[in-house]
Design a protein around this ligand. Structure first.
Ligand code: NAD
Ligand code: UFG
Length: 353
């Protein structure tokens, strides 16, 4: 597609002099949406992924939206030689590091797999960045680093690393420490740590969305699979929490807002380590999520209430002032928007299968 074929909204700008960014894990859920937003802003985007939890066809879907298909390397972060090959001629200005394993339950069963993939993978990446002089990195961290602090609006200055109940969460905390140490040793390093709350939704075109290769354990992909009949019904994990309807509350952020948060971060990189929550500041309960999905789909979603899931907290939500004040970024889309876009993606995806 020619750039002129695109009906450009105010968001779009092509600028050939913009920076070159490598997205690790860029065919995944959050990475693919971020690729779209970066391409729209004129960045030169390349993607590295081992396709463990994503599909190569995502590249065509990115091209359908942006008119550009990013260069792709099917490489594992643990493959030192493969990584070296990517960096040798890469001339990257920045890395956005999404790649990682993220299934909380599986990480408890297979801790070494998670520590090796996420920690050793990140160390390999940082070694390549050092060798080839790449000084800027944005890292996908998580609200999980705040541990067991329940029901308070979480701010970036709060304690982290205490009460993390699973190896997945530990890897996020440990990588944050590694990045801080790397930046201490090299004062030219520019590190931005983004602590995501609960990403949901899909691209408004319906071409991109969450489509894990494995059995999901997060609320939204499970709701999607219940709606397609792949899972019989949703288990609502507990209705005896200290919340208005008794079910757990989370800060659900539309994935396109989250992706735009990365563009805002990329624009404001500077030497040192900067940490931002990316959330909406609002908490929504499991039953409110079910109702919102039913409204968007026009169908009833079968569910049953079961006992609480081990390790879950009642209410997790973000203070988002720092990202607003320093990055000039705020989430604009609602849970209803996320459900509408999820339905579009489900329709697109079911036709493609
Ligand atoms: P995802 O699984 O859709 O994407 C991650 C991608 O990384 C996948 O395409 C996978 O194939 C790739 N990958 C994994 N290990 C790799 C390796 N060793 N080498 C190369 N590629 C590898 O997940 P996502 O939801 O897009 O999450 C992206 C990042 O954000 C992850 O680091 C995740 O931990 C973090 N995060 C996600 C959430 C969430 O709820 N989705 C919340 C907080 C943080
Ligand atoms: N839930 C159900 N049934 C399900 C799945 C989830 O009732 O089948 C409930 C949970 O109890 C919780 C809410 O839906 O109240 C959200 O659960 P998720 O598993 O979707 O998300 P979590 O908040 O537990 O965890 C997510 C990511 C973590 C990340 C964390 C940050 O999975 O990686 O957000 O807050 F660390």
């Amino acid at each position: 597609m020619d750039k002129g074929d695109l009906s450009l909204d105010g968001d779009w700008c092509y600028n050939d002099s913009m920076e070159k960014i490598l997205l690790t894990g860029g065919t995944g859920y959050i990475g693919s949406h971020t690729a779209v937003e970066l391409i729209k802003k004129g960045y030169d985007v390349e993607i590295l992924d081992n396709l463990f939890n994503s599909k190569i066809t995502v590249l065509d879907d990115i091209a359908k939206i942006t008119g550009k298909k990013p260069r792709f390397y099917q490489v594992d972060l643990l493959d030192e030689k493969g990584m070296e090959d990517v960096f040798r001629d890469g001339n990257y200005d920045m890395v956005i590091h999404f790649a990682g394993l993220k299934a909380v339950g599986e990480s408890v069963e297979k801790p070494l797999k998670y520590y090796e993939n996420n920690i050793s993978g990140t160390i390999n990446l940082l070694k390549c960045m050092k060798k080839y002089g790449v000084k800027k990195i944005v890292f996908s961290s998580s609200a999980t680093v705040y541990g067991d602090q329940d029901g308070v609006r979480l701010t970036e200055e709060m304690q982290t690393g205490v009460g993390i109940t699973n190896p997945y969460g530990q890897t996020k905390y440990m990588i944050e420490q590694i990045l801080k140490d790397v930046a201490l040793a090299d004062r030219e390093m520019q590190v931005t740590i983004l602590r995501y709350f609960n990403p949901v939704g899909a691209h408004e075109s319906g071409f991109l969305g969450e489509n894990p290769n494995d059995i999901p354990n997060n609320l939204m992909p499970i709701i999607m699979k219940v709606s397609t009949g792949e899972i019989e019904k949703l288990m609502v994990y507990g209705d005896d929490y200290d919340t208005p309807d008794g079910t757990g509350m989370r800060d659900y952020i539309h994935v396109v807002d989250l992706a735009k948060g990365h563009v805002a971060a990329a624009l404001k990189m500077k030497p040192g380590v900067y940490i931002y929550n990316l959330g909406t500041g609002k908490a929504t309960s499991v039953l409110e999520m079910v109702k919102a999905f039913e409204l968007a789909s026009g169908e009833e979603l079968p569910y049953t209430v079961t006992p609480r899931r081990a390790g879950d907290l009642a209410k997790i939500y973000a203070n988002v002032e720092k990202a607003k004040n320093e990055l000039g970024w705020v989430a604009e889309l609602t849970v209803a928007d996320a459900m509408r876009d999820t339905m579009k993606y489900l329709n697109y995806y079911s036709k493609k299968k």
